[in-house]
Ligand binder design. Structure first.
Ligand SMILES: C[S@@+](CC[C@H](N)C(=O)[O-])C[C@H]1O[C@@H](n2cnc3c(N)ncnc32)[C@H](O)[C@@H]1O
Length: 295
């Protein structure tokens, strides 16, 4: 994605202007995540929170999917970026005046008490950027109803995500592939290691189950010139964006050429799709009160 996760400013603004292409790139994953969320939704579900909802793709999809079966459920999307929240609000269908879909700007850990008790949390890749993950997940647990469900996706190991490793010549630097330790600093691959995530969730008071590994096609480009579309996308979002932007002047052309070659390699007909992989986690708040290890 980018080197600095200033979601309230530059990074959030870029994602807001690229929401159509980011939704498209995650479509292959969303099928699996959305299905898991729908299965976890019961007729008595009242409040569903989309953590780091971005432009609202997951909130809108779930609202559509459960409209008939769970008409009283309210879906609340929370995100740090005001620009992304504006986009999400603009996507609520004009004829939906039910108030069931709410989008609000803020840090989810700080905002969550306003929406308690939460029956179901969901997130498509919105949980890997917390500065203090145990504290944030513990805040979510405190605001959850007994027995509440938490379902989220996060990228698996960087090596399985060729959209990240092959679009620059430096791919794999911090995933252990080049001998460096796996990084768990906030970022797209912070939750790649299931043991690390399990420890965070458990310390925060959640009961975990084994995560599901999902491989999907990360669609970076499509249309009449899918390679140009993919290159334009990666020059905005993903590790290639900063790698090219920050290049010395005499290296920039070579870096762009590297990106073009990578996109050509994964072109099939009128699409460019890179191999990608994610974990889908499901956890529950214990029905009986259980002390988390944080205060
Ligand atoms: C990788 S994007 C995913 C966005 C969206 N879920 C999607 O799938 O398109 C991560 C999102 O998490 C949001 N985010 C990160 N930390 C957050 C926090 N502490 N509270 C609320 N939102 C947060 C960011 O603003 C960003 O929109």
């Amino acid at each position: 994605m980018t080197e600095a996760y200033d979601w309230t400013n530059r990074v959030g603004d870029i994602w807001a202007s690229e929401w159509v292409r980011t939704d498209r790139s995650f479509a292959g994953l969303s099928r699996h995540l959305d299905a898991a969320v729908v299965v976890a939704t019961g007729t008595d579900t009242r409040t569903i929170v989309d953590i780091g909802c971005g432009a609202g793709g997951t909130s809108l999809a779930i609202a559509r999917a459960i409209r008939t079966a769970v008409p009283r459920a309210r879906i609340v999307g929370i995100d740090l970026s005001s620009r992304l929240i504006e986009i999400a609000r603009s996507r609520v269908p004009a004829d939906d005046d039910s108030g069931r879909l709410v989008f609000t700007c803020g840090d989810v850990a700080a905002a969550i008490d306003d929406w308690a008790p939460v029956d179901l949390y969901m997130s498509r890749h919105g949980v890997m950027f917390f500065a203090d993950p145990v504290a944030s997940f513990a805040a979510l647990a405190r605001a959850a109803a007994p027995g509440a469900t938490l379902i989220f996706s996060c990228f698996a190991d960087r090596a399985a995500n060729r959209w990240a490793t092959e679009t620059t010549a430096t791919g794999g630097d911090d995933d252990g592939a080049s001998g460096a330790p796996v990084s768990t600093a906030p970022g797209p691959f912070a939750f790649a290691d299931p043991d690390h995530v399990d420890a965070i969730l458990t310390r925060a008071g959640w009961q975990t189950t084994s995560p599901h590994y999902v491989e999907f096609a990360y669609r970076a480009g499509e249309g009449a010139d899918p390679v140009a579309d993919a290159v334009a996308y990666f020059r905005r979002i993903g590790p290639a964006a900063s790698w090219i932007r920050d290049a010395p002047d005499d290296e920039r052309a070579a870096r762009i050429a590297h990106l073009v070659t990578a996109c050509e390699r994964y072109r099939v007909g009128d699409v460019v799709e890179f191999p990608a992989a994610a974990w889908i986690w499901t956890a529950h708040k214990p029905v009986a009160p259980c002390e988390s290890t944080t205060s």
